[in-house]
Design a protein around this ligand. Structure first.
Ligand code: HEC
Length: 146
C-alpha cells in the first residue's frame, strides 16, 4: 500500500508540473490525465495481485490461457474464410498461389498457437505468434500491392 501511495504522489507531482506552473495546454492536459489513469489502473492491478495467493494467480493464468487458445482457434477458422476471398481480389497467377499459401500458413500458425498454449508451451506459442504477424503483413502487402 505504501508503494502505491508513493507512486500516486510521484505521478501527481510530475503531471502537475511541480513548480507551481499552470498548465494551459488542454490537449496535453487531457493526455496527461489519460496517462495518469492508465498508470493508476496498473498500480491497482499490482496492489490487487499482491493480495492474491499463488493458487489464485495460477487459476487466473489458466483461464487466460484457455481464452487465448479459443481465440487462436477462431483465427484458424477465419484463415479458411480469408482464402475464399481470393476470387474477389485482382491478383495474377503467381500472387494467387502466394495468397493461398499465406492463408494456409496463417491457419497453421494459429492452430499451432492454440495447441502450444494448451500444452503450456508458451515459448513456442510466442514464436508462432511472431511468425503469424509476419504472415499478416506479407499477405496485406500482396493484395494491396504495397
Ligand atoms: C492470406 C491473406 C491474409 C492474411 C494472412 C491476413 N490477412 Fe488481413 N486481410 C486480408 C484481405 C484480403 C483483407 C481485405 C478484406 C476485405 O477487404 O474484405 C484483409 C483485411 C484485414 C483488416 C482490415 C483492415 C485492413 O487493413 O484492410 C485487418 C485489421 C486485418 N486484415 C488484420 C489481419 C491480421 C491481424 C492478420 C494476421 C493475424 C491478417 N490480417 C492476415 C488478407 C489477409
Amino acid at each position: 500500500m505504501k508503494i502505491a501511495a508513493a507512486l500516486t504522489l510521484a505521478v501527481l507531482v510530475t503531471a502537475c508540473g511541480g513548480h507551481g506552473k499552470i498548465v494551459r495546454d488542454e490537449q496535453l492536459h487531457a493526455l496527461m490525465a489519460d496517462d495518469i489513469n492508465a498508470l493508476m489502473a496498473r498500480v491497482n492491478v499490482l496492489v490487487f495481485d499482491q493480495n492474491r495467493t499463488v493458487d489464485e494467480l495460477d487459476r487466473q493464468r489458466q483461464r487466460d490461457a484457455l481464452q487465448l487458445a479459443e481465440t487462436a482457434d477462431q483465427l484458424s477458422a477465419a484463415a479458411n474464410r480469408i482464402a475464399s476471398l481470393l476470387p474477389q481480389l485482382n491478383l495474377n497467377q503467381a500472387d494467387r498461389v502466394e495468397f493461398l499459401n499465406l492463408a494456409r500458413l496463417l491457419g497453421e500458425h494459429a492452430e499451432g498457437v492454440a495447441e502450444s498454449v494448451r500444452q503450456q508451451d508458451l515459448r513456442r506459442a510466442e514464436q508462432l505468434a511472431e511468425q503469424m504477424a509476419t504472415t499478416c503483413t506479407a499477405c496485406h502487402r500482396l493484395y494491396r500491392g504495397f
